[in-house]
Design a binder for this molecule. Sequence first.
Ligand code: PEP
Ligand code: MG
Length: 556
Amino acid sequence: METTLRGVGVSHGVAIGEVRHMGTAVLEPPAKQIPADEAEREQGRARKAVEAVAADLTARGNLAGGEAQAVLEAQAMMAQDPELMADVDRRIAVGSTAERAVYDAFAAYRELLAAAGEYLAGRVADLDDVRNRIVARLLGVPMPGVPDSDEPYVLVARDLAPADTALLDPTLVLGFVTEEGGPTSHSAILARALGVPAVVALPGAGELAEGTVIAVDGSTGEIFVNPSEEKKEQLAAAAAERKAALAASTGPGATADGHKVPLLANIGGPADVPAAVEAGAEGVGLFRTEFLFLDDNKNAPSEEKQVEAYRQVLEAFPEGRVVVRVLDAGADKPLDFLTPADEPNPALGVRGLRTLLDHPEVLRTQLTALAKAAEGLPVYLEVMAPMVADRADAKAFADACREAGLRAKFGAMVEIPSAALRARSILQEVEFLSLGTNDLAQYTFAADRQVGAVSRLQDPWQPALLDLVALSAEAAKAEGKSCGVCGEAASDPLLACVLTGLGVTSLSMGAASIPYVRATLAKYTLAQCERAAAAARAADSAEEARNAAQAVLSGE
Ligand code: PEP
Ligand code: MG
């Protein structure tokens, strides 16, 4: 019998196929004692397994490229953490087997991190994944992870570690569904980068029986279990219609009546540029430069290395627009050499611009590298700061840009409600705003973006979030300046129309979403978008807002 489940759609498209579950977690190795004369051999075994896992993660990273590569390399470094290895050696020296020592050492490390409040759920999932890989290798059992299958399937998992999402083969993995994870978690961002339909935060996903046929609608978040032939045909027809509309829609982003809304790409580094160009991005709306820093958690990348990476991106968009965000370290993206280790609430602590103002040398190097990279290029460079709270923050950033001799527009991200509420005051210091709706939702609703249980509050359709978007866009208009959106909200085609109606001037998203947003925007006039925006703001919940906007746009 057909049943319908609802999670959060995070990556567009429809996938119909059989459920395959992610390789089960590694069992707890037995706590048996080994004789003292075996310790050295066990230590050798542990070291070899760690090295092999680190090499495997690095190789997967090289294969995946882009944002995924940085995440996988960070995991490879986690595996080889010298303190962790020393703990493994110590445990073996007092009688543990290699697998048990690895298991216990990682558990101790995990507890330490959790107690320090230092790592958020996403990082703990990465750590567990590294441990499972090492223990599986030592036990000689299959690696946990993506199932071995020659037939296409829908992957179902509790949560997906970056190592797995990076390796998903779009020709075999038709789509994926996870029980955990919010719409702005790393897994969701990586899924969009891959262009695989995905639904996250689906309670009970783990109970879907292996081999059951399901249809995943990554746009609506619906899962149809045992879909009828009629439902399959209906979904396939809708998908075909969408595909045809996508193919027919090309060129710059605009509404049906020609109101221009540049469609830009979110990238993590030069490796993401080809997909952005192919999707017809009119430039880059968010270059997340922190991925350049994740390679080496102990030092900032040299000025030369930064110049090279920035130049590669700038050269790809001659005469186009590239918005570079300076380093956004801290909270879910901690860097050992910058992020305080003892904060009780890292998301509310020293992160983003706050980190850079505490380490002006890091900001100076980055701005100087950007100035050098842009030298002689016809590109239209914009540089923005993450986590700007008030006018003083905006001024400090603009001053640093001027001191570095940067010839670019300076902007502020609106990720903290105070910045939206006082956008006009911030605009006295900078030339543009860019709404980071992922963090803006997190801080507006006091809902951690990594926690699936609060994903309802991370829904960018929440009318309170739309109010803050409207405030920011109105302030920018009054000041004669621009206000884009670069958070994940921009990748939802219907919401993109509403954002346009709220007065947002550009939309930046993962490359795979650009064709969907372009095609949908082209169907409606600016006046229709404005009416949809007003209807959404008049609603009392995210769901009502979505339905109200849909009703206006479909002329109901
Ligand atoms: C955001 O917060 O919306 C944003 C674009 O920044 P990030 O997702 O990198 O925190
Ligand atoms: Mg952010």
